[in-house]
Design a protein around this ligand. Structure first.
Ligand SMILES: Nc1ncnc2c1ncn2[C@@H]1O[C@H](COP(=O)(O)OP(=O)(O)OP(=O)(O)O)[C@@H](O)[C@H]1O
Length: 241
């Protein structure tokens, strides 16, 4: 039987974006980009191609010279800096390259941070799991961190364990978008794939979109879609292959 394909809602869209760092040539010139609800996208690009800069624009941390970045249909350029920060924390979870955990806080306290900054994420964690603490415990356990570790200081964990804490912190309170910036570069390939499968499962169960940025091409086939920043970016410099 033929089934109609539902039109997926765009979580993230770019229209005719142009960006340069002060005093430098145009780094990014992107006609169009979109990420659909629930989609996992692998965005690759060599070092220096502007991946982290693009993530800053998508999160509203920096602003383009021209064009629009829309998160859930909201043009980030139309929000004040404070409103943009609130909107970002309500709807986006980040997993950073260096994880950016607060070393002196416990594992659980690190995971709970977004619920302190976002009422929406706090409310969603309560609604789905009874309390933010229960949401944190469930996520941590599902990502492979047993309860005995939840009260340990984050800095006492191994790199692989810290990465899982960073993922739980990004996922708590069900943000519609999870952005990961090279979070697997410090891991061996088996650990990397196991981690990615857990991340996919969690994103799927929350119907979150995943934008995963990396230069490690070997991971691309695990995602719904793969894109090269150099193909997307009209300002990209020719590179040697
Ligand atoms: N805060 C900044 N001020 C000025 N220039 C910057 C700044 N951040 C990045 N750049 C420049 O922008 C270019 C792209 O850097 P970016 O960090 O976005 O690349 P990347 O693809 O994420 O690299 P990597 O894979 O090495 O992390 C580089 O030439 C870099 O020097």
């Amino acid at each position: 039987m033929h089934q109609a394909v539902p039109t997926a809602r765009a979580v993230l869209e770019i229209d005719d974006l142009d960006f340069a760092w002060p005093g430098q040539a145009t780094l990014l010139d992107i006609a169009a980009f979109h990420l659909s609800q629930g989609e996992s996208l692998f965005l690759k690009g060599p070092s220096g191609s502007g991946k982290t800069t693009l993530l800053g624009l998508l999160g509203g941390v920096s602003s383009p010279r021209r064009g629009e970045v829309r998160l859930l249909g909201q043009d980030l350029g139309r929000l004040s800096a404070g409103a943009r920060d609130r909107f970002r924390v309500d709807h986006t979870g980040y997993i950073f390259q260096q994880f950016n955990l607060l070393p002196f806080l416990s594992v659980q306290e690190n995971v709970l941070l977004p619920c302190h900054f976002s009422r929406l994420r706090n409310a969603r964690a309560c609604q789905r799991h009874g309390s933010p603490e229960q949401a944190a415990s469930r996520l941590l356990e599902h990502l492979g961190l047993p309860p005995a570790l939840h009260r340990r200081r984050a800095e006492s964990l191994s790199i692989g364990q810290q990465q899982r804490v960073a993922a739980a912190r990004a996922l708590i309170g069900q943000p519609e978008l999870v952005i990961a910036d090279e979070p697997t570069s410090a891991l061996d390939s088996d650990t990397r794939e196991t981690f990615l499968h857990l991340l996919f499962e969690e994103c799927r169960s929350a119907n979150a979109s995943l934008l995963f940025v990396s230069h490690d091409q070997s991971l691309a086939t695990l995602f719904d879609r793969s894109l090269s920043l150099d193909d997307l970016n009209r300002a990209s410099q020719p590179r040697e292959t």
